[in-house]
Design a protein around this ligand. Structure first.
Ligand SMILES: C[S@@+](CC[C@H](N)C(=O)[O-])C[C@H]1O[C@@H](n2cnc3c(N)ncnc32)[C@H](O)[C@@H]1O
Length: 269
């Protein structure tokens, strides 16, 4: 069934997912253009000049109740990280502060880091009422500005999917370094073994002209096994109860079925 018909049927049946489908939104797909830049920073700065475009690239669709519809993801992250009021928390790729707005009121310090100064400007504005927020502009995919063992919790929602495997692995390694022993982290990925995930992979392939010059921030797809390997080799312990690392069969009422989540802990030596 064509994407439009399927989403109409979903809506009629009251099954509309709360996260819009980027691939079903022509405006969103238009923004995914290779000419916007060859580096992460160029691309994400270009798509976030206008606030409305920044919303579409971070959320997948227009701000039609975005915060309310995203609250359950915020709750999942809060539960996964077992947040406490005295925590210092880092979000890698904070975008416009969609998740930050849920996290900041619950902790002592919220640090939003992003490669795009425009995204950070939107986040600063949206979170202006929260006085415990710090924003950091990153220049490459690492956390060199942060000291070892500084944070109680670190998370990356809808970010590591938009970079090369080695860069997302590097961010996970860096996360281990900046976390206190006993600290917790949350990483989100897409599952290529899930049939819907594979369909999305095929749609992303349409953005490729096969010259070898790829759209730098195109969504990437992984397997649960691969993510397990990454986090375990880094030294994390997987929280099986809170992670969503099933091989193929995933059912998610509100999000895409192909989302993988690794919830992990840095062991106390
Ligand atoms: C799809 S948005 C998600 C934003 C936010 N986490 C959310 O859930 O709303 C991806 C964000 O990651 C940022 N980003 C992309 N590549 C990055 C990189 N290599 N390092 C840091 N941030 C990056 C983008 O600028 C953008 O704000």
């Amino acid at each position: 069934m064509a994407g439009g018909k399927r989403s109409l049927l979903r809506r009629i049946l009251g099954l509309e997912k709360q996260q819009p489908d980027t691939a079903e939104n022509p405006q969103a797909m238009d923004l995914w253009d290779r000419r916007r830049g060859k580096k992460y920073r160029e691309f994400w700065t270009s798509v976030s000049q206008r606030y409305d475009d920044a919303v579409i690239t971070t959320y997948g669709g227009p701000d039609d109740g975005m915060q309310e519809k995203s609250e359950w993801i915020g709750d999942y992250i809060i539960d996964s990280l077992k947040l406490k009021p005295d925590f210092k928390v880092l979000e890698i790729g904070c975008g416009i502060g969609r998740m930050g707005l849920f996290i900041a009121p619950r902790v002592a310090q919220y640090h939003g880091a992003d490669i795009s100064p425009n995204m950070l400007a939107h986040a600063r504005q949206r979170m202006a009422d929260q006085k415990n927020c710090f924003f950091h502009e990153l220049h490459s995919s690492d956390l060199r500005d942060f000291a070892d063992s500084f944070f109680d919790a670190v998370f990356a929602e809808a970010v590591l999917i938009h970079m090369a495997r080695d860069d997302s692995f590097h961010y996970m390694k860096e996360t281990f370094r900046v976390l206190k022993p006993g600290g917790r982290a949350y990483f989100q990925f897409y599952n290529i073994l899930n049939p819907e995930g594979f369909n999305y992979f095929l749609r992303v392939l349409e953005l490729n002209d096969h010259t070898g010059e790829h759209l730098v921030s195109r969504p990437r797809f992984h397997t649960a096994q691969e993510i397990r390997q990454y986090v375990e080799r880094i030294g994390f312990q997987i929280d099986e109860e809170l992670s969503r690392l099933d091989d193929v069969e995933q059912k998610n009422e509100r999000h895409h079925n192909y989302v993988l989540n690794a919830v992990v802990t840095k062991p106390v030596a």
